[in-house]
Write a protein that binds this ligand. Structure first.
Ligand code: MSP
Length: 517
């Protein structure tokens, strides 16, 4: 049986439509899912929407809608956006799904029965945007650092989760699992939060203030705090689909989030798991924020990039390439039109796209698109090319494992560059002028076509549409990463017919509006 691998995105709030930030995490998770499938693992990839709580109720009310109808619409939009963008999720969960609601109530009851939930009164500074209480030291000039708004004072009777009881156990767990939270900077941030005493977590909201939530199983005057509801999706969704096999996947659970929701994932969630008697997830992978110019790119501050519009203008893979190549996982990055156009034109139009079209054009010009035999053993000129692809494959696999997606792409592009260099060094277009060298030109083009096949295999997790298009142009399968790399000079039959070239990434001319790539 294949080794299981489980990965998740955050469940996105339905108070905003899909934008750049959501696209990044989702594209990243999709790349990781495709990578592990290609490596032969049995992947379960979960995404979905977070639909309860103050924020959603307020957004629905502002539009004159009932929360459920409003959540249905926006959740549908997330789902159809990911479908159109070719995101290979295995299950889409909504926190309003019946099975999830049942699961949350069961866990609540279980934790209540063990004595880890108690009734009490609490007053605190509450950010409506984050839907959580803030300690003074977490505020910036008295304001929520994310929403830049002043929290409101809320005092009321509620139920509390004895999170404090799990503080020591969590610290121990973090010490025993140094790569639980990656990259290390975020782990250190969590450890430093845990140096202060952990407060208990308020996990209910009175119905007098909020109706849109999951009713507590032990007190119908209250609904569940949205984070105590939403985080449980990572288990409810898995158990719903995988049943008895869920624990085998859970052992390899990898959450992908941005730094904005580090605390709920690094502190609330593992302590909730401990209280509900589940093992802690395997990894929490935390990335930075995309900024647009000076300000943070997000729904609260405006300034929006929409995935469907990017796909329409530049093709999905153009958008994916930029996201994965520009951001170093864990650090912030800037999204600017200049940077986008520069990378697209340099790496995709002039780089990969140009290579594919040059090789296919020569194959067609000289040999009517038919693969020629390689009869002499491949020699000194071919060796660097083979080495470059060998190195790219080894290192790409390692870099994806350590979440350095931008480095993985850099390594693959170095191999693509080696193909360009090989064309320059061998100069088949010059050789063609001498008839006795036609056989050698055929060999060189055969080798280069092998290079395209190699490249397609390596880029497939990152740029799946492009890999498939190269496969269609070469009229061959693109083998998964779990099988041995194609052998140079041997994987195509002599006479194999290639398709006519077509541009993969038409250059972006900033002066003119773009059509679809
Ligand atoms: N509903 C909660 C998550 C619950 S998970 C059980 C939530 N939703 S959200 O819609 O606000 O999504 C936050 C996530 O969207 C971030 O953690 C990140 O994955 C992505 N991003 C939103 N804006 C972003 C940027 N500007 N940059 C990078 N990613 C960001 O929080």
């Amino acid at each position: 049986m294949k080794d299981p691998f489980y990965l998740t995105t955050p469940l996105y709030y339905v108070n905003a439509e899909p934008h750049l930030g959501h696209s990044y995490t989702t594209v990243l998770a999709d790349t990781v899912a495709r990578f592990h499938r290609s490596m032969g693992r049995d992947v379960f990839f979960l995404t979905g929407t977070d639909e309860h709580g103050d924020k959603i109720a307020a957004a629905a009310a502002a539009r004159g809608s009932e929360p459920r109808a409003y959540a249905d619409r926006v959740s549908g939009l997330f789902r159809s956006t990911w479908d159109t963008c070719g995101i290979s999720y295995d299950h889409f969960i909504r926190t309003t799904d019946d099975y999830h609601v049942r699961f949350v109530r069961d866990v609540m009851q279980k934790v209540y029965d063990t004595g880890d939930i108690y009734f009490g009164e609490y007053g605190g500074k509450y950010c409506l945007g984050c839907e959580r209480f803030y300690a003074d030291r977490e505020l910036l000039n008295g304001k929520c650092p994310d929403h830049e708004t002043e929290p409101v004072w809320i005092a009321e009777e509620n139920y509390f989760f004895r999170m404090s009881r799990y503080q020591e156990r969590l610290v121990r767990h973090l010490e025993e699992h140094p790569d639980l939270i990656r990259p290390e900077g975020y782990r250190n941030e969590v450890l430093s939060l845990l140096r202060e005493p952990l407060e208990d977590l308020c996990i209910s909201r009175p119905k007098s203030r909020l109706l849109w939530g999951i009713e507590l199983p032990f007190d119908d005057r209250f609904v569940t705090y949205v984070w105590f509801d939403a985080l449980l999706n990572y288990v409810s969704g898995l158990e719903h689909v995988k049943g008895d096999r869920a624990p085998a996947y859970w052992e390899h659970a990898n959450h992908f989030i941005a730094k904005d929701i580090l605390k709920p994932h690094a502190i609330f969630w593992p302590t909730m798991l401990m209280a509900a008697d589940y093992p802690v997830y395997a990894h929490l992978n935390v990335h930075g924020y995309w900024n647009m110019g000076e300000s943070k790119m997000s729904k609260s501050l405006g300034n929006v990039i929409r995935p469907l519009a990017m796909r329409e203008r530049f093709g999905m893979d153009g958008f994916r390439y930029f996201l994965l190549r520009e951001m170093a996982f864990g650090q912030d990055a800037a999204f600017t039109e200049d940077a986008f156009v520069t990378r697209f034109n340099a790496d995709l139009s002039n780089g990969l796209g140009n290579l594919v079209s040059r090789v296919l054009s020569m194959q067609h010009r000289y040999f009517e698109g038919r693969i020629q035999p390689v009869s002499t053993p491949l020699g000194a000129l071919e060796q660097p090319l083979r080495d470059a692809f060998f190195a790219a494959e080894e290192s790409m696999k390692a870099q994806v494992e350590r979440l350095a997606f931008h480095v993985a792409l850099e390594e693959i592009w170095a191999a693509i560059g080696a193909c360009d260099k090989y064309i320059v060094e061998t100069a088949p277009f010059k050789m063609w002028k001498q008839e006795e060298l036609h056989g050698r030109v055929g060999e060189i083009l055969h080798v280069l076509t092998d290079g395209l096949r190699h490249a397609a295999r390596l880029i497939a997790p990152f740029l799946p549409e492009t890999a498939a298009r190269i496969g269609a142009l070469l009229r061959c399968d693109i083998a998964p990463l779990s099988t041995p790399a194609p052998e140079w000079g041997r994987t195509f039959d002599v006479g194999h017919q290639l398709a006519a070239p077509e541009p993969l990434f038409p250059r972006i001319d900033v002066e003119k509006p773009q059509g679809k790539a």
